[in-house]
Design a protein around this ligand. Structure first.
Ligand code: UT7
Length: 314
């Protein structure tokens, strides 16, 4: 049995092709002004021929390098993705093969809450002693399921990957996590295919999702702090799912957290679903904002709806 699961390395990767708001406004009826003011997004990345696995491999290797862990030392790989490369096998097994690991590997599908669900699952493996070193990756090629003629969704989503390595530890790591799902919201946010092997696109009742996101995430953030006997002042960083700056700032305001304690990276990559939290985390770790020993509140919501939070010491 391990006392804690602790993050010992982070990594991320964005494919090189940049699509700016001005680029989008050449093909759909929108503008940089509208997208920036309504979402905070300035640009997103789009894959050309890279796969979800390709992005995951680079993010994973970066996290393993920071952790100082060889792939052969991993006990488990969990890949959170909404855009697996194939119906089967799991993209996680392709990742396992590509990085040269020889542990069990599985995909986890919980859309934008995928990383929080995957990290919580990994924590359970570590705390029971079933695993000691776990690679958790969020990787997405959402551009493959975006209808580029639909201005309600095309402006929001992007491609990318983020990863963490978790280790069993006596030192404080993840302190609390909580997950929720409510499947009654299927039609509010879904891919509109009718058969599993038929192409479908993301369709979303944006305004409804927005309101539910703010109310669920703010009460969850407050409950998470309460469960850890912490005040908002004691929190060092919020690392939220990067969907919309207005959702992020509304949640921060409701829990009395100033925006200078919130990691915001969506201007550079848009909503990358399961990749967005580990991407934001890695960017802020590598630029020196997030320091060892600081407290982090991770939270996200997405299709399902599924949502969840994690409070951890970094
Ligand atoms: O990852 C988790 C799941 N996703 C989210 O968290 C996203 C949640 N939703 C949102 O972020 C926001 O609802 C959106 C950014 C999608 C939309 O922002 P909004 O402030 O809720 O706008 P709206 O849908 O209420 O639309 C306002 C107006 C409408 O025009 P009218 O009816 O007022 O004339 C839309 O047709 O803005 C129009 N509009 C646009 N205009 C320019 C909608 N999309 C665009 C666009 N460019 N891209």
């Amino acid at each position: 049995m391990n006392k804690f699961a602790r993050i010992i390395g982070t990594g991320s990767y964005l494919p090189p092709m940049v699509v700016t708001n001005d680029d989008l406004s050449k093909t759909i009826d929108t503008s940089d002004e509208w997208i920036t003011s309504r979402t905070g997004i300035k640009e997103r990345r789009r894959v050309t021929d890279e796969s979800t696995c390709d992005l995951a491999v680079i993010a994973a290797n970066n996290a393993l390098d920071m952790a100082g862990i060889a792939p052969s030392e991993l006990d488990l790989i969990i890949l959170a993705t909404t855009t697996p490369d194939k119906i089967f096998p799991a993209t996680a097994t392709m990742l396992q093969n590509a990085i040269g690991a020889n542990c069990p590997a599985f995909d986890l599908q919980s859309v934008c809450a995928g990383f929080v669900f995957a990290l919580t699952t990994a924590e359970q493996y570590i705390k029971t002693g079933a695993a000691n070193k776990v690679l958790v990756v969020g990787s997405e090629t959402l551009s493959r399921i975006v209808d580029w003629n639909d201005r309600a969704t095309a402006i929001l989503f992007g491609d990318g990957a983020g990863a963490v390595v978790l280790s069993g530890s006596e030192e404080t790591g993840i302190l609390h996590s909580k997950l929720f799902s409510d499947g009654s919201y299927l039609s509010s946010l879904q891919v509109n295919n009718t058969r599993i092997n038929e192409t479908g696109f993301i369709e979303m009742a944006g305004n409804e999702v927005f309101k539910i996101a703010v109310s669920r995430l703010s009460s969850l953030a407050q409950d998470t702090l309460t469960a850890c006997n912490m005040t908002a002042e004691e929190l060092d960083w919020m690392v939220p799912h990067q969907a919309n700056i207005r959702i992020i700032s509304a949640v921060a305001k409701r829990i009395n957290t100033p925006m200078d304690k919130v990691i915001v990276t969506l201007d550079k990559h848009g909503n990358t679903s399961a990749a967005s939290i580990p991407l934001a985390l890695d960017i802020a770790v590598r630029d020196g904002r997030i320091q060892k020993g600081q407290s982090l509140l991770l939270e996200g919501i997405g299709g399902g709806f599924s949502w969840g939070s994690i409070l951890a010491k970094f």
